[in-house]
Every structure is written in C-alpha cells, then in structure tokens.
Write a protein that binds this ligand. Structure first.
Ligand code: FE2
Length: 237
C-alpha cells in the first residue's frame, strides 16, 4: 500500500470528473464520492498515476516526493480538518469548492479543497514520455483558436511565466471556446464555470528543487516532455 495512504482515514474520495481516471490508475481508491451520512466523510490522498521517478529526467523523484508527499498531503489533511463537523463534511470535493468560492469566511476551506483538486488535475496533466502535440479534434481546436500549436505553446508559456507569485496556468474550455488563463494561489477554473483541460503548477514548490528560480525551464520541460495530451482531450466537453 502506498505509505501516504496510511496517514489518511479510510474513506472515499470525490474528484469528479477525475474519479474515473483516478480509479483506472488505482483500484485501491473506492469509487466516486462519499455517501452522505457515511461513517467517515474524510478524503484520502489519491495515488499518483505513475511512480514518483517516472517523470525523470524532466521532473525529478525528489521534487515529486516533496510535492506529492508533503504539499499535496498537507492540503488533503487541512481539507479534512476544516471540513470535519461542518455542513461541508461528506460533500463532493467539487461541491465544497463551488460553495466556498468567493467567500472570505470560507477561504481556508476553499484554498485547501481547490488545491487538492488542482493538484489531482496536475498529476493527470502529465505522463511519462509526454509532451509532443495533441491529435484529433483537440489539435484542430487548438489550431483554430490560437493559429498554430506553436502559437499555443508560446501563449501557454507566457501565461505560466507571467503569473506573478504562486498559481497555475491552464488550458480551459468556456462554452465552445478554448482559452489560456492563469490563476493565483489556489484559484481554479472550477470556481469560474470553466472546464479545465490542462494545467501547469507554477508554485515554486513545483520546480525549485530541479530548476531553482528558472520557472521558464520547468514550463518548457512540461510542454516538451511531460504534457499528457490524451488526458486533456478526454476532458473536452
Ligand atoms: Fe503544487
């Protein structure tokens, strides 16, 4: 068993629309969401869809160990602590995010819930031997929207590099339109009615051990060698 799971209470996890993919990667994680009134409404730490060294040399096991095992685990633990014994306990993760977004008195819960969701999406946005270019309908839509795949990569990089401080760069779908956006801290497209297709974590903890301050090197490695375009295509509505 993943040693990180032993730190979490046994319960079911709600990460729709990620759940199906999560289950495909890890049969240990129970299906879908919490049953209202269940015995233990805590979230468990979802298992990575690949080994911690599987993204080397482009993303080191050392970075992933700290990012997944420490930062991500802390968000899950904080979420459980903050949601416990509140009306949020037992709700699906997406529902907690939607109900707390934009409410200053719920900022702690929103930040930790959104960071769990964002990171789960980020793990899925990468794969060993990733990168390259999308194919099929997503490729056609990216070309139609941004002019070319190279233009998309330039615009995505620009968003990632100009996000001041901690945050995320995203490819999202808004209605029938594809957009590149950036969000600060824990903010997430889910809170803005957008469908996330792809994300890159640009918090310093995502790259500092490998690249120090050179976020540009990390973003280039992400686009050239890590992106899971099959996952992005699977999220298109
Ligand atoms: Fe992160």
């Amino acid at each position: 068993m993943n040693p990180h799971l032993s730190k979490s209470r046994l319960a079911m996890v709600s990460l729709l629309p990620l759940t199906g993919l999560l289950l495909a990667a890890n049969a240990q994680v129970p299906a879908k969401t919490l049953a209202a009134g269940g015995d233990d409404p805590a979230f468990v730490l979802p298992t990575l869809p690949y080994a911690q060294d599987a993204l080397e040399p482009h993303l080191s096991a050392r970075t992933l160990s700290v990012h997944y095992g420490k930062h991500y685990q802390t968000y899950v633990d904080n979420l459980n602590t903050l949601a416990a014994d509140t009306k949020m306990a037992g709700l699906p993760l997406e529902e907690i995010i939607r109900q707390t977004a934009g409410k200053p008195d719920q900022a702690g819960l929103f930040n930790n819930a959104a960071q769990v969701w964002n990171h789960t999406f980020f793990w899925k946005s990468m794969k060993p031997n990733g990168g390259g270019a999308p194919t099929g309908k997503l490729a056609e839509r990216i070309t139609a929207t941004f002019g070319s795949f190279d233009a998309f990569k330039a615009a995505f990089s620009e968003a990632a590099l100009t996000q001041f401080g901690s945050g995320w760069a995203w490819l999202v779908q808004e209605g029938d339109t594809l957009k590149i956006i950036k969000t600060s801290n824990a903010d997430t497209p889910l809170a803005h009615g957008q469908t996330a297709l792809l994300t890159c974590d640009v918090w310093e903890h995502a790259y500092y051990l490998d690249h120090l301050n050179r976020r540009k090197d990390f973003v280039q490695a992400f686009l050239d060698h890590l992106v899971n375009w099959d996952f992005a295509a699977s999220q298109v509505k």
